[in-house]
Design a protein around this ligand. Structure first.
Ligand SMILES: [Zn+2]
Length: 168
């Protein structure tokens, strides 16, 4: 596999949920993390589902909207420009699939605020995504970063996904 085609693939233990993200888009996320310094940041994950609907295939990531709130221990994603972006993507048959977050030099586990927001996004009609994924980068984005991925399906506990294909 050429390195520019490399994908990170994550799956739930029961294989009902998955996420794949090209390493090029993971690099885009890491660049946003480096820019954010000691503050949290985040954005949205865009792409499509496989036909069997068991895998969210990320094709593009977006950075924090201008009205987002960045703090050292939380991040509230803004909405400025989001609807226009979703409309543009929709024409290419690409959709909102979930969120990404950065927890600077900290654990990649979701915070209470994260969990609450994901539940809200799951029932947000404009987003039209009942099972959004949350990808969190923890640690140092320049070297020993780590990732946690989970799905928030309505009326269910968080479903964790784990890495199945390390990038070569
Ligand atoms: Zn967070």
């Amino acid at each position: 596999m050429r390195s520019d085609d490399a994908q990170y693939t994550y799956r739930s233990a029961d294989c009902r949920f998955g996420l794949s993200i090209p390493s090029s888009e993971m690099k885009v996320i890491l660049r946003f993390c480096v820019q954010a310094g000691r503050k949290e940041t985040g954005g949205i994950l865009l792409g499509r589902y496989t036909q069997s609907h068991d895998m969210a295939v990320i094709t593009e990531v977006a950075g924090p909207p201008a009205d987002s709130l960045h703090r050292s221990s939380f991040f509230i994603r803004g909405i400025k420009g989001l609807q226009q972006l979703l409309n543009q993507l929709w024409r290419r048959k690409e959709y909102y699939l979930g969120e990404w977050h950065y927890h600077p030099f900290a654990s990649a586990s979701p915070s209470g605020t994260d969990e609450q927001q994901m539940r809200e996004f799951a029932s947000n009609r404009a987003l039209n995504c009942p099972e959004p994924v949350l990808l969190i980068i923890g640690g140092d984005p320049n070297r020993d970063w780590n990732v946690k991925v989970a799905v928030y399906a309505r009326n269910q506990k968080r479903i964790e996904l784990s890495l199945v294909t390390p990038v070569t």
